[in-house]
Design a protein around this ligand. Structure first.
Ligand code: G4P
Length: 282
């Protein structure tokens, strides 16, 4: 479900998360490994600055492994812990409680010094809609936990989910709004299905994707659409792909809508291989 975020929603989401932060030790920020910056909330650093943070590059199964590794190092260079995961199959998920606990090791040491018995680390999952928060919570819980819906303000009673002996997780994630800052970010969010296609022009999203793939993954495009080379002009590229797939309208014109829709569907379903649409800034 994608909702429209108004200033009132944003203020409310922020307030609710600030309230939850009082109960927790570590923030688990979920991002999409294919777009690790575009899928971050623009104010996340400000909102959760007081807590240590574990950044999970989710949907790593659909991202380019080499780029995911670069992103992991990028986030670590910012002082966070970072792990690639695939919540759908559970790959990488077992490492989460240990990583969260490491982030709290100073606090645990202090507890031990004071003669207290160290307790499980209390964590909260945060992220924009569709990034995989519910899938991850279910995976960590080992069962299906009721979803609240991607609407700030719809609350249920908070409960803790025990994840082994090391971690207690709040069963309701913090939902934050995505970036609405620039068109490129919008295209990346739309290309990965994080926001609905109708919000932006369908063909424009596809133009963005085709331009990106032409530069970063030309072989994939050539393989998938049986092209001998990649035309420099994106309109010609549309023509080539449309022709190869037989997407013709009367008069022999290429059906650009169908071509655009096919490229996006094939990107999202992984038919164009594992693709990452952003590279860390150096
Ligand atoms: P949210 O709570 O953050 O809003 O996200 P949610 O868990 O609902 O996940 C959004 C979509 O992303 C779901 O697909 C889910 O299956 C998929 N997903 C979550 N984590 C991963 C992952 O690590 N890898 C892959 N490949 N997909 C992931 P959907 O099509 O919307 O729903 P469904 O058909 O799976 O039920």
């Amino acid at each position: 479900m994608t909702i429209q975020w108004f200033p009132g929603h944003m203020a409310k989401a922020r307030r609710e998360i600030t309230e939850k932060l009082k109960m927790i030790d570590v923030v688990i920020e979920l991002v999409d490994a294919r777009i690790p910056l575009a899928s971050r909330n623009p104010m996340i650093d400000e909102i959760v600055s007081s807590k240590p943070r574990l950044i999970l590059l989710n949907k790593a199964d659909m991202a380019d492994d080499q780029k995911t590794n670069e992103w992991k190092h990028y986030f670590q260079s910012l002082g966070h812990k970072a792990l690639p995961i695939d919540s759908q199959t559970g790959k990488g998920v077992k490492a989460i409680p240990g990583a969260a606990r490491e982030l709290m090791s100073d606090k645990i040491d202090r507890m031990i010094e004071k003669g207290m018995k160290p307790r499980a680390v209390r964590a909260l999952i945060l992220g924009i809609p569709n990034v995989g928060k519910s899938t991850l919570i279910n995976r960590l819980a080992g069962k299906k936990i009721a979803k609240t819906g991607d609407r700030p303000g719809i609350t249920k009673k908070q409960q803790w989910i025990k994840v082994g002996d090391e971690m207690d997780l709040l069963d309701t994630p913090g939902i934050l709004w995505p970036k609405f800052e620039d068109q490129q970010t919008g295209y990346k969010l739309a290309a990965t299905g994080a926001i609905k296609d109708e919000i932006l022009d369908f063909q424009d999203i596809s133009v963005f994707v085709l331009k990106f793939l032409s530069i970063h993954y030309p072989d994939r495009l050539m393989d998938r659409y049986k092209l001998e080379s990649i035309p420099e002009d994106v309109v010609e590229l549309f023509d080539e792909i449309g022709k190869k797939r037989g997407f013709l309208m009367s008069g022999g014109w290429i059906d650009y809508d169908k071509t655009a829709e096919t490229v996006l569907r094939e990107l999202r379903s992984g038919k164009l291989g594992d693709v990452t649409l952003e590279t860390p800034e150096r």
